[in-house]
Write a protein that binds this ligand. Structure first.
Ligand SMILES: NC(=O)c1ccc[n+]([C@@H]2O[C@H](COP(=O)([O-])OP(=O)(O)OC[C@H]3O[C@@H](n4cnc5c(N)ncnc54)[C@H](O)[C@@H]3O)[C@@H](O)[C@H]2O)c1
Length: 380
């Protein structure tokens, strides 16, 4: 019998716990380790999830020869340094997005990854929904003709109020760009993957709804108290809450997307419409098991997720029969299945985003920031 591939997760926040739970659902892989800043927390999670190793020191994890792959689920500022360390320690790496804080860092990571011969992935998970894959397969087969216009966006509401605060609002932990790097990068990766073409130039208009926000604070002095009695200090915000971006793909196809983390009611509304010569495809992450197929001279269709009705590739992403809903945790699982098949067999073809894609997406983010500042088109 083949031995299990042992994997570890760095971090214990939202993304880290999603990775850990997904690892527990993977065939051929053992969730074996966790790193937290607090050893008590690492040990508690290791005990709950029956993990063999708990650390508060990343170097100790990387010195463990039994761990073959590491999931980097830390805040953005740590991605560059940790991804580099993981690769240099000889372990495969699945990094959360964005790959780094800027494209200079991601270029260096890409070089290290290429030289390493190891498997490197970036967690652009939305590629791995069955209905997204179905759109990709049908477009690649030329089913509705050539794409000529791509539109959509990614809207959320968790930053709507001045009192909403998170490390993502601190550029020293997050990087210069927030909404674009955090969620716009997902939209760009998804649509580029679907049509198989890269975005080559952008013109952007970014905006900040709250130039000051209430950062929770333990310290007395310059702090205020909010309605529920919490202490906070007012901090200046430099990163965008929202933005509108025109894009052009390498084949001349034009597109447009907007991002917002301040749109009430939209929780995780990544959506796209792809206009082709003979029809359109539309998909919304908040209703992920439907693919809308628009036609001009016949009735529109809604194709529901059902492995029996999907192409072979998209059907392989659907693990349950029609009518059994699958969602966000399942698309993350599809990404990881693809990643670990590659770890097991480097010759295996794969669809997950690599450091190559992660670096290109950092270049798009950099171009968008520059374009908004300079108020002109910028090439990626
Ligand atoms: N692919 C996706 O859909 C998706 C979704 C959410 C978050 N993310 C990405 O995941 C990353 C983390 O975001 P999150 O939402 O989980 O944030 P979070 O605040 O919930 O978690 C961050 C974690 O990093 C840990 N951490 C910080 N410093 C550490 C250190 N020195 N050693 C070990 N752990 C440390 C924190 O304790 C915390 O557990 C971000 O880069 C974000 O972009 C991706």
């Amino acid at each position: 019998m083949k031995k299990l591939i042992r994997a570890a997760v760095i971090g214990t926040g939202f993304s880290a716990m999603a990775h850990l739970e997904t690892l527990k659902r993977l065939p051929g892989v053992e969730a074996a380790g966790i790193v937290s800043r607090s050893i008590e927390k690492a040990e508690q999670i290791a005990a709950e999830y029956r993990l063999a190793f708990a650390y508060d020191d990343i170097d100790e994890l990387l010195a463990n020869p039994e761990i073959e792959a590491v999931h980097n689920c830390t805040p953005n500022v740590m991605h560059y340094e940790l991804n580099k360390k993981i690769l240099l320690s000889g372990k495969h790496v699945l990094s959360e997005k964005p790959l780094a804080l800027n494209s200079e860092q991601s270029a260096e990571l890409l070089e290290i990854a290429k030289d390493s011969g190891l498997v490197h992935g970036v967690c652009f998970n939305y590629r791995h929904y069955p209905m997204v894959e179905e759109a990709r397969v049908r477009i690649a087969a030329g089913e509705l003709g050539r794409p000529h216009l791509i539109s959509g966006g990614y809207l959320q509401d968790w930053c709507l109020y001045e009192s909403d605060y998170n490390w993502r609002m601190d550029p020293t932990l997050n990087g210069e760009s927030r909404a674009i790097a955090d969620i716009g990068s997902h939209w760009c990766d998804t649509v580029q993957h679907i049509i198989g073409k890269r975005i080559v130039r952008v013109i952007a208009d970014l905006s900040i709804l709250h130039t000051e926000r209430q950062k929770p604070s333990e310290e007395a002095g310059s702090t205020f108290t909010n309605e529920s009695g919490g202490q906070y200090e007012m901090v200046h915000i430099q990163s965008e809450d929202a933005g509108n971006v025109l894009v052009q793909f390498e084949d001349g196809t034009k597109g447009m997307f907007n991002v917002s983390q301040v749109t009430a009611g939209k929780k995780n509304h990544l959506h796209f419409t792809i206009s082709l010569s003979d029809g359109s495809f539309e998909w919304d992450q908040e209703e992920p098991n439907r693919l809308w197929i628009g036609r001009r001279d016949e009735a529109n269709q809604i194709l529901m997720k059902d492995p029996a009705l999907l192409s072979e590739k998209a059907g392989a992403y659907a693990h349950f029969p029609g009518g059994h809903q699958e969602g966000w945790p399942d698309c993350l699982k599809n990404l990881m299945i693809s990643f670990y098949k590659k770890v097991e067999n480097p010759e295996q073809s794969s669809y997950f985003a690599t450091f190559n894609d992660g670096h290109y997406n950092m270049k798009i983010v950099d171009a968008i920031i520059k374009s908004s500042a300079q108020e002109k088109w910028v090439y990626v």
